[in-house]
Design a binder for this molecule. Structure first.
Ligand code: PMP
Length: 356
């Protein structure tokens, strides 16, 4: 008699729930931190040409050398640092966790943070420690340093700005964490395009620092391209776990083409930042709504009866993210991604209607 899945699959996998992606067909989609703007028609035509002639019968360039060279320049990766590409930054988190998963090794992050840090620790069979943020979502530096000395984590993940809270942590506190860490610290700058801060230049100062970026929030979520920058002594080891053709030819070609027109993405990010200011001010002016400060392309806000309002918004065709119940600090919190002006107006009207 063959065994059932619960006798074969690892217990930590059995106890996970799969990452939930809400169906969004026909909705105003403001749940997933996507860039709402499409590319200009000319650029789309160029991409169509590239795709039409792409040699998809061949494996892609496994080293993605020309794309990496373009990314290095576009992101100002310091000389002497290596880069590794992932099928989205999710895959890079997984590669790092797999590489660090010695028996008993710990992955540490703060909470609430990006849920994949905790999930991927489980995928890799690592212990996970989540240090609670303070009630205002700032780093609890004393508790974090204490947890570092107690658990000696092999790797620490910090999102800068943080998801789902949207704020940038104090840079000095992050530096203290990097200095205290016995292992790697990965600063995840997925939302860098919307914040005026980065640890990129700190790579030269801290040999245990790795810096992660993604093109997803910039407007290319569908391509799946993430990037890790750091010292060659680390990246050489991590490269061994990267599957040879993890970044497909179509992704490579389109990313290169769009990077030649980076100004388009940066203009879109600037428009999103303007809309963010408008949306934040409108939310703050609404009775009973408390928006939190954000340096990302989304806004976390608290209100009473969040679950009820979330369902009401959905009935009105607007999909955002309900975080109530995911962490004690997120009680009655919802998260809205900044959309186009008309989408934001629809959201605000639906929210007003849902509160009434
Ligand atoms: N890091 C953070 C902080 C995120 O919020 C996300 C996406 N929600 C990711 C990484 C993953 O992005 P991707 O895999 O699309 O690059």
């Amino acid at each position: 008699m063959s065994r059932s899945p619960d006798q074969i699959i690892r217990t930590e996998v059995l106890s996970l729930s799969a990452y939930h992606v809400a169906p969004a067909s026909g909705m105003v989609k403001l749940d997933a931190m996507e860039n709402p703007y499409s590319l200009p028609d000319r650029l789309r035509d160029d991409i169509a040409q590239l795709v039409a002639t792409a040699p998809i019968n061949r494996y892609p360039d496994a080293s993605a050398a020309s794309l990496k060279a373009m990314l290095r320049a576009a992101l100002a990766v310091p000389d002497g640092m290596e880069i590794m590409l992932g099928n989205g930054s999710d895959e890079i988190i997984q590669i790092i966790a797999l590489a660090c998963a010695r028996p008993g090794a710990t992955l540490l992050s703060v909470e609430p943070a990006f849920v994949m840090f905790r999930m991927i620790a489980a995928f890799a069979g690592m212990k996970y420690v989540g240090v609670p943020l303070k009630a205002d979502f700032s780093l609890d530096i004393d508790a974090t340093l204490e947890a570092i000395s107690q658990h000696e984590p092999a790797v620490i993940f910090i999102a800068y700005p943080n998801n789902p809270t949207g704020n940038l942590f104090d840079a000095r506190a992050i530096s203290r964490i990097i200095e205290a860490a016995p292992g790697l610290v990965v600063v995840d700058e997925a939302y860098h395009a919307f914040a005026n801060a980065s640890f990129m230049d700190k790579l030269l100062q801290y040999p245990n620092l790795l810096l992660m970026r993604t093109l997803s929030k910039l407007g290319l979520a569908g391509l799946r391209l993430g990037l890790l920058a750091g010292g060659p002594e680390w990246l050489r080891e991590l490269e061994k776990l990267r599957l040879p053709y993890n970044v497909g030819i179509v992704t490579q070609l389109i990313a290169e083409k769009v990077l030649q027109h980076r100004d388009v993405l940066l203009q879109q990010a600037a428009a999103i930042k303007n809309e963010r200011a408008m949306l934040g001010a409108r939310l703050a002016a609404m009775h009973g709504i408390e928006p939190f400060p954000t340096d990302a392309n989304f806004i976390l806000f608290r209100l009473s009866e969040a679950g009820h309002v979330f369902q009401n918004l959905k009935k009105r065709g607007v999909l955002i993210k309900n975080l109530d119940g995911t962490h004690p600090l997120l009680k009655n919190c919802l998260r809205v991604t900044v959309g186009k002006p008309d989408e934001n107006a629809l959201f605000l009207a639906a929210l007003e209607g849902s509160l009434a």
